[in-house]
Design a protein around this ligand. Structure first.
Ligand code: ADP
Length: 322
C-alpha cells in the first residue's frame, strides 16, 4: 500500500517539476526563436543589398568586391535545432534527477505515517490480546457452571464473584484505553493556573506518603495533572516494596515521586513509556503497561518533560517538569 502511495506522490512531485521546467523551456525557446527569425530576416536583407550592388558594379563594368562570408540561413536552422536538443536534454536530466529525488523525498514524507499506522496496528493487536484473556476466563467459567446441574447457591455466588473480577479487569482496561485515546489524540485541554501542591494533596487523599510540598503554580489542566500524579503514585505503591514513598513539589514547576522499591534496569528504562510495556519483574502486580504511556501523554500535552532515575533493587525517582 505504501509503495503505491510513494509512487503516486513521486508522480505528483514529478508532474509539478516537469510542468515548471517545460514552461521555462518553452519561454526560452520562443525568445531565442524570435531572435533567430529576426537574424534570418537581416541576412536576407543584407544578401539582397549585396546582390543589387554587385549587379550595379557589373553592369557598369566595375570590379566587384570579393564575396564576404556571412552567416547563412542553414546555420540559423542548425542553431535552432541545436537549441531544441539542448533544451530536450536539460528536461530529460531534470526528469531523471527529479524522479529519483522525488522518490526519495516521498519515502521520507510517508515514513512517519507508515510508522504511525504500524503503531496503531500493534496497539489494536495488544489491546485485543489483553481483552481476550479475561473474556476466555469468563466464557469457560460460565459454560462449566451451566453444565453443572447440582451447583449450590454458595458455589454460584463464588462463580459470580470470580466473574465480577474478570469484568472489573476488562472495565479497568477499557478505562485506560479511553484515557490513552483522550490524551494521545492531542486535543487541547482547558488550562488554568494550577498549584501542584494542591494537585498532590488531592491525588494522595488517604494514602500514606511522605510529602515535601511547596506552592508551585503552573499553567495546566487540574484533572489531567491529578491523573498523572495518581499514576506515578500507583506505580510507587505497586513496585515500592512497602517502603517509604516521598512526593516533592518545587516552586519552578517540578514534581518528584520517589520510592525505594524494586527499581528498573538500565536497558528497560527506554521502554517503560511504551504502550503495553511491562517488565518481567512486574508481571505479578496488576496492570496493563499503559499507566506510564498515559502519564507521558499528559506531560506532553503540557509541553513538559518526564524523567526517570532508577537503580535495580534500590528504588526509582520520577521527575516531572511542567
Ligand atoms: P503497569 O504498572 O500497569 O505495568 P506502567 O505503564 O505504569 O504499567 O509501567 C510500565 C512498567 O514500568 C511497569 O510494568 C514496571 O516494570 C515499570 N515501572 C513503572 N514505575 C515503576 C516504579 N516506580 N518502580 C519500578 N518499576 C516501575
Amino acid at each position: 500500500m505504501f509503495r503505491r502511495a510513494r509512487i503516486k506522490l513521486t508522480a505528483w512531485y514529478l508532474a509539478i517539476i516537469m510542468a515548471i521546467s517545460i514552461s521555462f523551456s518553452v519561454v526560452i525557446f520562443v525568445g531565442i526563436n524570435r531572435e533567430l527569425s529576426r537574424f534570418s530576416v537581416l541576412i536576407h536583407l543584407r544578401q539582397d543589398r549585396a546582390n543589387q550592388i554587385n549587379l550595379f558594379l557589373r553592369n557598369n563594368g566595375l570590379p566587384t568586391p570579393p564575396e564576404i562570408q556571412t552567416a547563412d540561413l542553414e546555420s540559423v536552422e542548425e542553431a535552432r535545432s541545436r537549441i531544441i536538443s539542448i533544451l530536450g536534454l536539460i528536461n530529460l536530466s531534470i526528469l531523471i534527477l527529479a524522479g529519483s529525488g522525488g522518490y526519495f523525498l516521498a519515502g521520507r514524507t510517508l515514513e512517519p505515517i507508515r510508522k504511525n499506522m504500524e503503531d496503531q496496528k500493534e496497539f489494536v493487536s495488544n489491546a485485543s490480546h489483553e481483552l481476550r484473556t479475561p473474556l476466555t476466563a469468563l466464557t469457560s467459567e460460565i459454560e462449566v457452571a451451566l453444565r453443572d446441574r447440582k451447583m449450590t447457591a454458595k458455589e454460584s455466588r463464588g462463580l459470580l464473584k470470580s466473574n465480577l473480577e474478570e469484568v472489573k479487569k476488562m472495565s479497568k482496561l477499557s478505562n485506560y484505553l479511553l484515557k490513552l485515546n483522550r490524551y494521545e489524540t492531542g486535543r487541547e485541554l482547558p488550562k488554568t493556573d494550577v498549584d501542584l501542591k494542591e494537585v498532590v494533596l488531592r491525588a494522595i487523599s488517604k494514602q500514606k506518603v511522605k510529602t515535601e510540598l511547596t506552592k508551585a503554580v503552573v499553567n495546566g489542566n487540574e484533572d489531567a495533572l491529578i491523573e498523572l500524579v495518581s499514576i506515578l503514585l500507583d506505580n510507587a505503591f505497586k513496585y515500592g516494596n512497602g517502603k517509604e514513598i516521598v512526593i516533592r513539589t518545587k516552586k519552578e514547576g517540578f514534581l518528584e515521586i520517589e520510592d525505594h522499591g524494586i527499581g528498573i534496569s538500565k536497558d528497560e528504562i527506554p521502554h517503560i513509556f511504551d504502550r503495553f510495556y511491562r517488565s518481567d519483574k512486574s508481571r505479578g502486580a496488576d496492570g496493563y503497561g499503559l499507566g506510564l504511556s498515559i502519564a507521558k501523554s499528559i506531560v506532553d500535552l503540557h509541553g513538559g518533560t518526564i524523567n526517570v532515575e532508577s537503580k535495580l533493587g534500590k528504588g526509582t525517582k520520577f521527575t516531572v517538569k511542567i
